[in-house]
Design a protein around this ligand. Structure first.
Ligand code: IMP
Length: 402
């Protein structure tokens, strides 16, 4: 049984916690896109982890992890993360594999990310400055460095010097401190495998694919240009793996409200006190950058769009507990644009010019409250999909099957 668990909004839907919970039933958890821009917070109760590159598998169990070549890897971040887990008492070095074709995020990528954002001025995307866009761009420019390139130091040095030359000539960025890269590679070299080895391995096991960011941040289907550099939609699984695989179920995760970090359209955005209330209660600050997240009401047109775009089979709702105690809870049900009504945007680029029609619900005291049941029924009816699990709190096991 192969399942994808991914985000139906602009990221930060709580996928890390949900994936970790589900991982116990799987042999592997696989990351197929993104890089250390992701920040998946997992609260085990006795300790907390923030995953940037290590897939969200329950480190206390036997599940293994694989980082596929759709991911761009900052070796420094990956090693630090594995070492942090070791400090807690779990050595996961022999439970993680990485595709040999994975591209490496280099210091020049982070420098260029910063420089591009400054140069864009008002049009800045608000990236995490983790070098993600430039690393993917270099992959496409065909000057990227892959893990497999580091096995032969002489050839690797040649490639690195070429990259340095390109960056100096094109962007005025200087970097020639390569040694740390080789040191890091040494530490990780035993984890590196060719993708076809994993294809063989995945023939007889259960795999859980962990999405990063969300459908609305997908490079093609998201709110371009305010998106990330990768295929974080479910469509990214096969390209990220590098080989086809049968997916049995696509489980989309959404928050009972919406958040977004960085710039870009956000039709149901709240401002002032109303936004602050949710931000504080939901601890809506970026797990990677610490930036305050923009907050707003649940947006059904966007949710329906993400469901359609990703082929969602069932959903998981998170963070409804954060809204407990509010007198009223609103949900955006359709958009109005040029005198027409839209239940779902057929073209995502329309969303920066729409006005939103809302429906108002009586708030709930807790998740046992009838008012909350009405909210859940409404979303299921409006999306035509079942909400299979509801997350009821921060810790891994704070979740109930519906
Ligand atoms: P980048 O991925 O760093 O290039 O950033 C591009 C956009 O995606 C920015 O708006 C980021 O804030 C957003 N983004 C990237 N990763 C995440 C994430 O894990 N959660 C939420 N937003 C993200």
């Amino acid at each position: 049984m192969n399942i994808v668990c991914y985000g139906l909004q602009w990221g930060d839907e709580g996928k890390g916690k949900v994936t970790t919970y589900l991982s116990r039933e799987f042999d592997y958890v696989v990351r197929y896109s993104g890089g250390s821009n992701a920040g998946h917070t997992v609260n085990y109760g006795e300790f907390k982890l923030v995953h940037h590159l290590v897939p969200s598998f329950d480190i206390r169990g036997n599940t293994k992890a694989y980082i596929a070549n759709g991911v761009v890897v900052d070796l420094d971040v990956l090693i630090k993360e594995i070492e942090e887990i070791k400090k807690i008492g779990f050595d996961v070095y022999d439970r993680i594999n990485i595709s040999s074709l994975t591209h490496i995020v280099l210091p020049v990528h982070k420098m260029l990310d910063e420089k591009l954002e400054i140069a864009k001025g008002e049009k800045a995307v608000g990236t995490t400055k983790r070098g993600i866009g430039p690393a993917y761009a270099d992959k496409v420019h065909r000057i990227g460095l892959r893990l497999v390139d580091l096995f032969d130091k002489e050839t690797a040095l040649e490639k690195l010097k070429f990259i340095s030359k390109m960056y100096k000539n094109l962007y005025g960025i200087e970097w020639d401190d390569y040694e740390i890269l080789f040191e890091n590679f040494e530490k990780l070299s035993k984890l590196i495998v060719p993708p076809l080895e994993m294809k063989e391995e995945f023939k007889n096991v259960n795999v859980l694919f962990e999405g990063t960011q969300g459908v609305l941040l997908d490079i093609d289907m998201g709110s371009y240009p305010y998106v990330t550099g990768s295929y974080c939609n479910t469509t990214g699984v096969e390209s990220g793996l590098g080989f086809p695989i049968k997916i049995d179920k696509r489980i989309g995760v959404f928050k009972a409200y919406v958040t977004r970090v960085g710039e870009g359209p956000f039709p149901t955005e709240l401002f002032g006190e109303e936004a602050e209330k949710i931000r504080i209660a939901g601890r809506e600050f970026g797990a990677t950058t610490g930036r305050p997240r923009r907050c707003g009401w649940l947006d059904l047109p966007i949710l329906r769009y993400a469901i359609e775009t990703s082929g969602c089979d069932e959903m998981i709702m998170t963070k409804a507990d954060i809204l407990s105690g509010l007198e009223k809870v609103k949900v955006g049900i359709r958009y109005l644009s040029n005198g027409r009504k839209f239940e779902i945007p057929n073209d995502i680029s329309m969303i920066d010019k729409v006005t939103v029609e809302y429906i108002e619900f009586n708030g709930w005291k807790n998740l046992e409250d009838d008012n909350f049941a009405k909210f859940v029924d409404f979303i299921e009816r409006e999306t035509g999909l079942k909400i299979a699990y509801i997350s009821t709190g921060e810790k891994i096991d704070d979740i109930r099957k519906v």
